[in-house]
Design a protein. Structure first.
Length: 95
């Protein structure tokens, strides 16, 4: 019962976090698009800094993607074992 009450509002919390991520991504995309439009007028130092920043963004997004894929993989393997877990708990409760 405690588990159910703990996860009861998880859906709304996930929706809030998804909205934050989407908003941040939209702002980042707009900034990258802007830099790409003005790249020809930037001096070498600014270009170097933008290149380093964009490389860091790519690295960060790649790491985030890997973490999400791991969570999805773990979640799908847990779901396939849900009923097996339930039977183990019942057996242990009778001991």
């Amino acid at each position: 019962m405690d588990i159910c009450s703990t996860w009861k509002h998880a859906n709304s919390e996930v929706k809030k976090r998804v909205l934050i991520v989407e908003t941040c991504w939209n702002l980042t995309k707009l900034q990258v698009d802007f830099v790409m439009r003005i790249i020809s007028i930037l001096d070498d130092e600014h270009c170097r800094m933008m290149d380093a920043l964009l490389n860091q963004l790519v690295l960060t997004l790649s790491l985030a993607k890997s973490k999400l894929e791991a969570v999805i993989k773990k979640s799908s393997s847990i779901r396939s074992n849900v009923f097996k877990f339930g039977f183990k708990v019942k057996k242990a409760a009778w001991v």
